[in-house]
Design a protein around this ligand. Structure first.
Ligand code: MN
Length: 474
């Protein structure tokens, strides 16, 4: 995975001058202690930095402006230790252009019946202070996240962690650059979209480059570099020659590594973080990138087949949110419609991401009956079991919509000796019939991103931040 920036989240607590200097010192000390312990918990993927007690409209506005302009800040976390008159928050909150999490918590997780007095009540007013503050966020339609509960509890920290990953993906969405080698597949509708609209709402830059420019990179890769990549590949995966002659097998694997190194070099030099291919447009290439695309997805690049740049962007975006953990480009391939076995077998002609493998992938070489090119090497493996989310991005004349559902994943019931590709089986949690019908009514396509690392809530939070409609089927 390409390393993300060392993002941080700024944390402030709201108060006011009404209770005196001593109380404000306690407010600051408690908030600082929460930040310290959240960081020490090891449950948060990104650092929380305490930035002080907010008591005035001017101070809040200045703070929000600074958060906007600091590229290391991925978002803002607020908490109302005491009552903090929320008119003070209006201007700053309206100016904030980064994800906002309202941590509605209390310094102590209990009511100290024996010692509670008015000093305690003046200091610990989250119960009503957090509501006064939340009203303004609701009125401003800030689409902020609210995490509610004791800050020291693991489930609360997990919610903050999930949101942090999504907030970083939001920030990084504006850095996503997709290179299209070739156009979308001829006559296909669902992979189309408005690229300007995608840049406005999702931040993605989507460029076309002729395959001939890639071919120059492919031809420029040295045999020495391929030797080194071959050695590394053989140390990571099982090399299965099968019915091929040694020469044929090695030629195909080496050619895929040549494509892998060329694609990587091309993207790294030009700042791209995702790409598309199209089997209809391979002029000057010997093989459709199969193993090559799989290794790039493993490395964290986004990918979409048949020119599907929307899936390439989604793949990259969700890989960032998932820290490249078990998140893969997929296609609804074929169905099991028998009662009690209902499932979708997901795969692709070659390009299945090994980040979801449950066994050691095998490097195999077989003919590909589409595209009219040489036999491509590919990784063959079995997917995994567990809960996952499956999502797609569709374009309608009036904008984008994310369609998704939760799925229960399983391994295929049997081997497929005549279909040598990686495979993953899943069933929508609402049932295949119900899930598939609602997916199709919503206009969701057949290319999806399947993630074992992300939750339905994270999908909803991420696209709410991006102001893109989510139709999550549940
Ligand atoms: Mn496809």
């Amino acid at each position: 995975m390409q390393k993300m920036k060392d993002y941080e989240f700024w944390f402030v607590t709201g108060s006011q001058f009404l209770y005196g200097e001593e109380q404000l010192k306690s407010v600051a000390a408690d908030a600082e202690d929460i930040a310290k312990k959240l960081n020490a918990s090891g449950n948060l993927p990104y650092k929380v930095v305490f930035k002080g007690v907010m008591t005035t409209a001017d101070g809040i506005t200045k703070f929000m402006k600074e958060a906007n302009y600091n590229d290391n800040v991925a978002g803002v976390i607020t908490w109302m230790h005491t009552f903090s008159p929320a008119k003070n928050w209006i201007r700053g909150t309206r100016l904030l252009q980064k994800p906002l999490l309202h941590l509605a918590t209390q310094y102590l997780n209990k009511i100290p019946y024996d010692t509670i007095d008015f000093d305690y009540m003046n200091l610990n007013q989250s119960a009503h202070g957090d509501r006064e503050y939340a009203y303004i966020n609701a009125r401003l339609q800030k689409h902020n996240k609210i995490v509610y509960g004791f800050w020291g509890d693991e489930d609360v920290q997990k919610e903050i962690a999930d949101w942090q990953n999504v907030a970083v993906a939001y920030n990084e969405s504006f850095n996503i650059k997709i290179v299209r080698f070739g156009d979308t597949m001829r006559n296909v509708a669902v992979t189309e979209g408005d690229k300007v609209e995608a840049q406005i709402f999702l931040g993605w830059t989507v460029d076309y480059w002729p395959v001939s420019e890639l071919v120059e990179y492919v031809n420029g890769i040295s045999e020495d570099d391929i030797d080194a990549a071959y050695k590394e590949l053989a140390s990571q995966y099982d090399m299965v020659q099968g019915d091929n002659t040694k020469e044929h097998y090695e030629h195909s694997v080496r050619y895929q590594l040549r494509e892998y190194l060329a694609l990587k070099k091309f993207m790294d030099e030009k700042g791209y973080t995702g790409f598309t291919t199209n089997f209809e447009d391979l002029h000057g290439l010997e093989e459709l990138p199969g193993l090559a695309a799989q290794l790039l997805m493993r490395d964290g690049y986004g990918f979409g087949a048949e020119g599907d740049w929307k899936s390439a962007g989604m793949d990259r975006l969700l890989k960032i949110a998932a820290q490249n953990n078990a998140t893969a480009f997929m296609e609804d391939y074929t169905l099991d419609l028998r009662h009690g076995h209902e499932a979708i077998l997901g795969s692709h002609m070659l390009e299945v991401d090994p980040s979801i493998a449950s066994d050691k992938p095998r490097v195999e070489v077989h003919p590909l009956d589409i595209g009219g090119k040489d036999d491509p090497a590919r990784l063959v493996f079995t997917g995994r079991e567990g809960e996952a989310v499956d999502v797609t991005l569709s374009y309608f004349g009036d904008g984008y919509k994310v369609i998704g559902y939760s799925v229960d994943c399983h391994k295929p019931e049997a081997e497929t000796p005549h279909l040598p590709v990686a495979k993953q089986l899943w069933t929508p949690t609402v049932g295949l019939k119900e899930g598939a019908k609602r997916w199709m009514h919503a206009g969701g396509g057949h290319h999806t991103i399947l993630s074992f690392a992300l939750t339905p809530q994270q999908i909803k939070d991420l696209f709410e931040m991006l102001d893109v409609t989510v139709d999550f089927i549940e």
